[in-house]
Ligand binder design. Structure first.
Ligand SMILES: *C/C=C(C)/C=C/C=C(C)/C=C/C1=C(C)CCCC1(C)C
Length: 259
């Protein structure tokens, strides 16, 4: 654990605190907003709520672990207490939440059952592999181990993004108007936010300096808020729009389809 200046320590401390607030705040939003959504799309909102609840809990533990890992030394810098900072909370969190994020999207699209199951099966397996293969590199101090597991984890990462991009493009063609726009935007949010993770991971390879440690923690934290809260709210917008369309009279639906 590198020595940190008070500003560096506080930046991470405050980012963790902000993330706890964002996760639980978004959870309350989903609980309240669920009522606006037709029963058919509600599971997507329930899963979005689960994701931010699970992540909020893990951030609480990550926050505690950060606080226990450092103490103020005689030189006024933050030094390691000897209690290791627990990276496993983050990876356990991803192992649970990443497949659920993919479920959110597939459920709200309401694809034909067989298509949903096929896509989900492949994406969930790939996402579990991606996280499980990233972990040994994240906790290793050896540059070559970090690099090898980066590459191994990157393979399922590309597979997921490519599958979502290509296969969802076909499904998006069937959507119209506002829903189509929202699905395209949500897919883009997923792509951009997920790219933050391998970039933040690269700070590991840059070495165990204070700046690298800050880059990793702040990078993952910003990515988690965007990829869970921001993306979850996008999924809610899709569900809301589909609810409105489904409950509109048939004539309005036809007009909507033409627009
Ligand atoms: C809410 C948490 C999310 C969306 C986490 C996503 C995590 C990734 C996309 C992680 C990807 C990684 C690589 C592609 C290579 C290096 C190791 C990882 C696990 C950081």
């Amino acid at each position: 654990m590198p020595e940190l200046s008070p500003d560096q320590f506080s930046l991470v401390y405050n980012m963790f605190s902000l993330t706890i607030a964002a996760m639980f705040g978004t959870f309350v939003f989903f609980v309240l907003a669920k009522e606006n959504i037709a029963v058919k799309y509600r599971p997507a909102i329930v899963v979005s709520g689960l994701v931010v609840l699970i992540a909020g809990y893990h951030y609480f533990r990550i926050f505690q672990s950060w606080d226990e890992a450092y103490t103020i030394g005689e030189n006024g810098m933050y030094v390691a207490t000897g209690v290791p900072f627990n990276d496993a909370y983050r990876y356990v969190d991803w192992l649970l939440t990443v497949p659920l994020l993919l479920v959110e999207l597939i459920v709200v699209l309401a694809l034909p059952r067989e298509k949903s199951m096929d896509l989900l099966g492949r994406l969930v397996i790939a996402s579990v592999l991606m996280i499980a293969l990233g972990y040994p590199g994240e906790v290793s101090d050896s540059g070559s181990t970090q690099a090898i597991f980066f590459v191994l984890s990157f393979i399922p990462f590309v597979y997921i993004l490519r599958t979502l991009w290509k296969e969802l493009a076909v499904e998006i063609e069937h959507e119209t108007g506002r829903v189509k726009e929202l699905v395209e935007q949500t897919r883009m949010v997923l792509l951009v936010t997920w790219m933050f993770y391998p970039i933040a991971y690269l700070f590991n390879i840059a070495g165990g300096t204070a700046d690298a440690e800050i880059g990793i923690q702040v990078g993952y934290t910003i990515a988690d808020i965007a990829a869970k809260c921001g993306y979850g709210v996008m999924v809610y917008f899709i569900a809301r729009e589909k609810t409105l369309i489904d409950s509109a009279p048939a004539s309005a639906k036809a007009a909507g389809a033409k627009a």
